[in-house]
Design a protein around this ligand. Structure first.
Ligand SMILES: [Zn+2]
Length: 141
């Protein structure tokens, strides 16, 4: 009695090498999709963060026009006059990537009591702590 009959080639199924190749191809496609999704999410978060900064910039220009401040004017309590439920920025912006925002002319991590000023034209008012969330061109902001 024969242990394995000689079957025609079409009935033998896939060899181990063929199954391995199929699995490897599927894994490489899945990993390419994951990398693409991560890059898309990162770009989307960056765009969202820059839009928040642009909205804050519009709010500060609106505020300075309403109260007739010129760029460079000192305004005590500027942030508290801008951000609040009944103010131009209803709630404090949150970076979607977990960065934190700094308002005005302070640099990141600075705790000194500089006077708050209306930013000059082209100077960003709301800074994100993540470097790649900085808009590349702020001319006219
Ligand atoms: Zn950000």
């Amino acid at each position: 009695m024969k242990a394995s009959p000689n079957l025609p080639l079409s009935n033998q199924g896939m060899t181990l090498i063929e199954v391995t190749l199929v699995v490897m191809t599927l894994l490489s496609l899945i990993s390419a999709t994951m990398i693409g999704t991560h890059a898309y999410k990162r770009g989307s978060n960056r765009a969202h963060c820059i839009l928040l900064a642009a909205r804050a910039q519009q709010a500060i220009r609106t505020f300075s026009n309403l109260h007739e401040y010129t760029p460079g004017s000192e305004v005590p309590g500027l942030k508290s006059r801008l951000v609040g439920p009944d103010k131009l920025i209803r709630k404090e912006p949150q970076c979607p990537s977990g960065g934190f925002f700094v308002f005005g002319n302070k640099s990141l991590g600075e705790t000194s009591k500089k006077p708050e000023v209306i930013p000059q034209i082209g100077t960003v008012y709301l800074h994100c702590s993540l470097d790649y969330h900085t808009p590349s061109d702020t001319t006219g902001w």
